[in-house]
Design a protein around this ligand. Structure first.
Ligand code: 5GP
Ligand code: ZN
Length: 131
């Protein structure tokens, strides 16, 4: 059983921010910033590719509730809402979860993307990924 399933089953303690029938939100043990919260489905799905649509929407609804509460209670200036899908993307717990990381001007957290657009033909890329 994965570590988040053990948390959901109360086999491992956690600091619960929100709980309902389908969704659990807990404080991340590593607190990238004050209030860093993880929102996850109670049923085990690995990632965004295999999660049930309805459950996904429920998780995102709770993520929004958590964001509103963080803004009000912590008076943060911004929030990063983040999901890592796959080990190569930084996923370390293979149970779908969304990070909500409150942000402030002086917090020194960096998510930096380099502009690589000169390496790709955007029309070709669009042809490949257009739904
Ligand atoms: P990922 O790297 O998969 O996107 O995020 C996993 C997150 O789970 C990490 O930020 C890590 O700190 C957190 N985490 C790992 N184990 C535990 C745990 O036992 N309890 C809590 N609350 N968070 C955990
Ligand atoms: Zn799990």
């Amino acid at each position: 059983m994965c570590i988040f399933c053990k948390i959901i089953n109360n086999e491992i303690p956690s600091k619960k921010v929100y709980e309902d029938e389908d969704v659990l939100a807990i404080l991340d043990i590593s607190q990238a910033n004050k209030g860093h919260t993880l929102v996850m489905p109670k049923k085990h799905y690995e990632n965004i590719l295999d999660i049930d649509n309805n459950i996904y929407l429920k998780v995102m609804e709770v993520a929004k509730k958590v964001a509103l509460k963080q803004k009000q209670a912590l008076n943060c200036e911004g929030i990063n809402l983040l999901n890592n899908c796959g080990e190569v993307a930084g996923q370390s717990v293979m149970h779908f979860h969304v990070h909500l990381i409150p942000r402030n001007k002086e917090d020194e957290i960096k998510f930096q993307f380099k502009d690589n657009s000169n390496k790709f033909d955007l029309d070709e890329v669009l042809k490949m990924v257009k739904l």
